[in-house]
Design a protein around this ligand. Sequence first.
Ligand code: PLP
Length: 367
Amino acid sequence: MTGGATGPSPLPGLLDIAPYVGGESEIEGVERVIKLASNEGAFGPSPKAMQALRDTAGEVYRYPDGDSQKLRAALAAKHGIHMERIVVGAGSDDLITLLCRAYAGVDDEVLFTAHAFAMYPIYARGVRATLVAAPEDGITADVDNLLERAGENTKLLFLANPNNPTGTYLPVDEIRRLRAGLPDHVLLVLDAAYCEYVSRNDYEPGINLVDGSDNILMLRTFSKIYGLGGLRIGWCYGPEMVIDVLNRLRSPFNVSNSGQAAALAALGDDEFVEMSRKHNDACREWTTSALRKIGITVPDGVCNFVLARFAEEPGRNAEAADAFLRAKGIIVRRMGGYGLPDSLRISIGTDEEMKMVVDILTEFMGA
Ligand SMILES: *Cc1c(COP(=O)(O)O)cnc(C)c1O
């Protein structure tokens, strides 16, 4: 560590935060890299979003609309909800950190599932709250285990539904049972970052759940199916009281003018979203069964990635598979940090990219 006894000292606990490690995008000595490490969508952004970016380039010297009025109005119209109950953030990350700052402090507990999205513990530590991880049923969230751990000091429960990195989800009945069993003072945050990819009859992203409750908030993002991760745009829909707090706490200009314009255009491109969803459905199923055929364990998932689980043998394990893929220019994500050291998370790319992944892993498995 740098700095001596006279340097500034951060608040207790902050140095326990392990900085988030994002997916890499380069491999030394490899020119053409295929990046399947951050679930960014197989096709890049919608052409309409790119056009909006070009159209607004000359406006970037102006401050943005701090209330993202047009984008919120479009989101409200699309989903049949009130724009007053929407807050837009610099990615859903921005909203996760605001929720932690608003509702959890020292001695408060923030609850999540054992294999939850890594940002929840990072931001919960940032406000010096106590982290509580509930064991899962295999790799699926378990309502009873969550309820058992929700008590007087619990302020927030973050649940990604479906979850990253496991790809599993809870049906809406289970979410209702969870909410009904939680103390009223716990805010249930449903992170629906991947909801556009889910086509299951028993799944709901959370709009109806928010409507029927005072203590559920839904998070959404433009970073996945909309392909705008680099612009940092997310939003939430929640109870008036919570929305009011977030609006007081957020940075007044938290979303750029270009970001708002691109998101608005992307939201209007239903065709692109539908094409992406269809591709993802087919390509995830194809990839899943191809990997299973060569002896890799792939749990059923509903997102734009697959979890590939390997045996423990040295030379045949996830670490070795990752090295083998990297040597051929393919970057996927190791999952040790999520308590899944036997797994690689592989984002669904184009058909051609997934065929390459399968071919390389076939060689690796010696199948
Ligand atoms: C990718 C992801 C997000 C999106 O984060 P942004 O800050 O909006 O880019 C949120 N939650 C989960 C579970 C994710 O996997």
